[in-house]
Design a protein around this ligand. Structure first.
Ligand code: SF4
Ligand code: SF4
Length: 127
């Protein structure tokens, strides 16, 4: 999720390297929006085999900015779709989730993410 109070200063991986997720689940637990686009809503609703309108009604809320929708969270603050350390939307998770931390991150992110640097493989997309 996007931390609400952190500055979104991007700290990209060094040339020829990428961050490899260690599946700690922390990025699904910190507070903030999990932004979903209209296209992603369609894909997620299809994945869950429910109508888009029902998905929007039951599993999204307005973003903090009030511009667009976010996935909802559990009472403890973690993403509603986090199941232990697994994402129940793995095959269709939003671009925001797939892009962290290689495509975007924020000031101080290394203190919360256990990803490790590995040689970049241009044939492998961000996960
Ligand atoms: S959709 Fe999946 S990857 Fe994204 S925050 Fe929720 S549990 Fe994590
Ligand atoms: S991207 Fe980082 S914070 Fe998120 S699950 Fe992977 S190692 Fe943990």
């Amino acid at each position: 999720m996007v931390p609400e109070t952190s500055s979104l200063l991007f700290d990209p991986p060094p040339p020829g390297q990428r961050y490899e997720c260690q599946r700690c689940g922390n990025c699904c637990r910190w507070p903030g929006d999990v932004e979903v686009s209209s296209e992603e809503i369609g894909a997620i609703a299809a994945h869950l085999e429910i109508p888009e309108a029902l998905f929007v009604e039951q599993f999204t809320r307005l973003r903090v900015t009030r511009r667009g929708l976010s996935l909802i969270e559990k009472p403890n603050g973690e993403c509603f779709f986090l199941d232990g350390i697994d994402c129940r939307l793995q095959e269709v998770k939003p671009a925001q989730c797939r892009g962290f931390p290689n495509a975007w991150n924020f000031e101080g992110w290394r203190g919360s993410c256990e990803a490790i640097l590995v040689p970049a493989d241009p044939t492998v997309a961000d996960s």
